[in-house]
Design a protein around this ligand. Structure first.
Ligand SMILES: *Cc1c(COP(=O)(O)O)cnc(C)c1O
Length: 393
């Protein structure tokens, strides 16, 4: 690994607040604006009236962005995104030894939901498993629900960050709601950049976190859920700290978290929301990320790289490239050298083909992507890699 000195040596002048650290081209934590980082230079009291109003505004803004009206609640939870996923699964996945849940998988995050149910115990489930580069279809979900009429609850990921694929969430939710099921969507990596309208679609539960497309720093996650479901979930959780119903009751009663909140993270997120709105909300953020993707994918293809996914399903969040077959290409060296140039990319997570990923979210724009493309060209030259065609399967 390169020493920290070589990272800090980077003199790349970015557009905003990342002058002395590499850009994070990952699915989170992400590069954030200077003003978001600056918001953390104050120590807020968790019980103070100003801080409680920060919490209230965050909860209400998240609902607005989700298209969730009066019949929904927003509950904040300490911890990374998986904490809220586990909290929500514990509250809403039905108990029992015969499967009443369907977990739709096409990558690591669907698998993680199943693992969580295994750990909680007594929450049997069925799966649809599409591997790690194909999208599930609404027809497949319908067939699974028709085959087992006992299923009441469906879990599906919006952007499966393993590959970056965008799943057909509107169609899947429509099938589930037409058949009277409760549907939970892991919208972790898409929320705020890919449109989602809970009220119109009838989506029951949506989960995301502070350090993805709203461009805050890591430390808390959130669940938007229909009020009647939440009220009916009292006593369902196996956990004290992850008990979503208890957390919600405390927030409703006094506007506070039950246990120490990540105050700095919440205040930074509050600032990130202001910047999100000033930029123009979901549409504008989605456009900026799409431009990042277009510049990146186009430039990488010009060099000869191949993407895992077709452009119509790959989404604006993170791009998966197949690793060059050339023996001179060494991913660790490639990674370290790019990092020394000021760009931190991300390893691949596919089970079958060697790959790496480049995130296109965070406080970055197409000029950062162009800088990255120059760095990729330089690093390939340094490594003596002339042909980046992927190895055969
Ligand atoms: C980031 C992410 C999560 C949560 O991961 P954490 O490491 O717990 O923040 C869950 N699902 C998806 C699709 C994600 O991209």
């Amino acid at each position: 690994m390169s020493s920290l000195a070589s990272v800090y040596r980077n003199t790349f002048k970015g557009p905003d607040g990342q002058e002395d650290m590499p850009y994070l081209l990952t699915p989170g934590p992400l590069t954030t604006s200077r003003s978001v980082k600056h918001a953390m230079l104050a120590d807020w009291g968790s019980r103070d009236v100003e801080f409680r109003s920060v919490i209230a505004e965050i909860r209400s803004d998240i609902k607005d962005i989700a298209g969730a009206g009066d019949q929904y609640e927003c509950v904040l939870m300490q911890g990374s995104g998986t904490f809220a996923i586990e909290a929500a699964l514990a509250s809403f996945a039905p108990r029992g030894r015969t499967p009443k849940s369907l977990i739709v998988m096409n990558g690591a995050y669907g698998q993680r939901a199943a693992k969580i149910l295994d750990h909680i115990g007594n929450r049997a489930y069925e799966t649809i498993n599409k591997g790690d580069s194909a999208a599930p279809t609404a027809a497949e979900v319908r067939r699974a629900l028709e085959a087992n009429r006992k299923i009441e609850f469906v879990f599906v990921v919006h952007c499966e960050t393993t590959s970056g694929i965008i799943n057909p969430i509107d169609e899947v939710v429509a099938v589930c709601k037409a058949m009277g099921k409760v549907v939970m969507v892991d919208a972790m990596s898409s929320f705020g950049a890919v449109p989602l309208d809970m009220g119109t679609s009838g989506m029951d539960i949506m989960v995301s976190s502070s350090n993805k497309c709203i461009e805050g720093v890591p430390g808390f996650s959130y669940v938007v859920v229909k009020s009647d479901l939440l009220k009916a979930s009292a006593g369902n959780s196996h956990s004290v700290v992850l008990d979503l119903f208890d957390q919600w009751q405390a927030m409703e009663a006094n506007g506070q978290f039950r246990f120490t909140p990540p105050t700095h993270v919440l205040v930074a997120f509050h600032q990130a929301l202001k910047e999100f709105k000033a930029e123009g909300g979901v549409a504008a953020r989605g456009r900026r990320y799409q431009a990042n993707k277009d510049v990146l994918v186009d430039g990488m293809r010009r060099m000869g790289f191949e993407t895992l996914l077709e452009d119509d399903v790959s989404g604006p969040i993170i791009q998966t490239f197949l690793t060059p077959g050339d023996a001179k290409f060494d991913f660790d060296r490639f990674y370290d050298a790019l990092r020394a140039h000021g760009y931190a990319i991300y390893p691949g997570k596919l089970t079958k083909r060697p790959s790496f990923r480049i995130g296109t979210i965070g406080k970055l724009d197409h000029t950062v992507m162009r800088g990255l493309l120059r760095a990729v060209r330089d690093v390939l030259r340094e490594m003596g890699v002339r042909d980046v065609k992927p190895a055969e399967d």
